[in-house]
Design a protein around this ligand. Structure first.
Ligand SMILES: Nc1ncnc2c1ncn2[C@@H]1O[C@H](COP(=O)(O)OP(=O)(O)O)[C@@H](O)[C@H]1O
Ligand SMILES: [Mg+2]
Length: 246
């Protein structure tokens, strides 16, 4: 479980996340929706301390940190290792091959032996359909393939939670599907995931829960069907309408 309690994040005077109370359950896929600038990326980034909130509590299973106190290095490391983020822009190492990208974190951060991690990396590459590309360089792959490598790389870190920040928004539509299929497979395996996306159809299919953010506040936190079948919350209705053209 990942939970925030009364969490606030400011960029200077700009209050970008306001009194956030939320719990992400193990084994569930939560999709975060909301207009641009509503704080979706910042919320993900606060979950793995790429951003540090000013106040509030973060709990990841038995780990608990209070942001109003200074975090020590050990706490930071434990939290960072509990999650793995997949970014919009893939962020692979360009001078390393596909499989070297996947084993890099486990070897340098988790101190895994090469004999152990290479077979695991091959399995993960197979899972994302890219075993045959293991010795290619990122520049030789399509964007969709690069993003699938990034997903294998995140899985190799064996995080408690996988975080995805608009994982397909840099991709052409015909490459988006292959990445969404991999994510759907992970959701069906009951991996614990938090996904920011603008793809409502995808959200409807994979999400166990929807979190809707606006102006740094959680406007909706609930069941996926409830979100899409909502008839009362005008803000949600107009958001859904704005993403469609009918
Ligand atoms: N590093 C930063 N420094 C200053 N302001 C930021 C920074 N990152 C995000 N913001 C601001 O915080 C707000 C939320 O941003 P973000 O979390 O990126 O929104 P979203 O992902 O929903 O589009 C925006 O107003 C954005 O301009
Ligand atoms: Mg964002």
């Amino acid at each position: 479980m990942v939970a925030f309690k009364e969490m606030n994040k400011y960029f200077n005077e700009h209050h970008v996340l306001k009194n956030i109370n939320v719990q992400f359950e193990k084994g569930a896929t939560t999709v975060i929706l909301g207009p641009s600038g509503s704080g979706k990326s910042t919320l993900l980034r606060c979950s793995n301390l790429l951003e540090i909130p000013q106040t509030g509590i973060l709990e990841i299973d038995t780990l608990k940190v209070d942001f109003s106190k200074k975090l020590n290095q050990k706490e930071k490391l434990l939290i960072r290792q509990s999650t793995a983020m997949v970014f919009q822009s893939f962020n692979l190492f360009p001078h390393k091959t596909v499989i070297e990208n996947v084993v890099e974190g486990p070897i340098t951060v988790l101190k895994k032996g090469k004999n152990k991690i290479y077979p695991i990396a091959e399995k993960l590459l197979d899972k994302v359909g890219l075993l045959q590309k293991k010795d290619s360089f990122p520049s030789q792959l399509s964007g969709g393939q690069q993003q699938r490598v990034a997903i294998a790389r995140a899985l190799a870190m064996e995080p408690k939670f996988l975080l995805f920040d608009e994982p397909t928004s840099a991709l052409d539509p015909e490459l988006e599907g292959e990445v969404l299929k991999v994510l759907k497979g992970l959701a069906e395996e009951d991996k614990s995931m938090i996904i920011v996306t603008h793809n409502l159809n995808f959200a409807r299919v994979v999400a166990d829960r929807i979190l809707f953010l606006e102006n740094g506040e959680i406007v909706f936190n609930g069941n996926t069907d409830q979100f899409f079948n909502n008839t009362e919350n005008e803000r949600i209705l107009s958001f859904i309408r704005s993403m469609q053209f009918i």
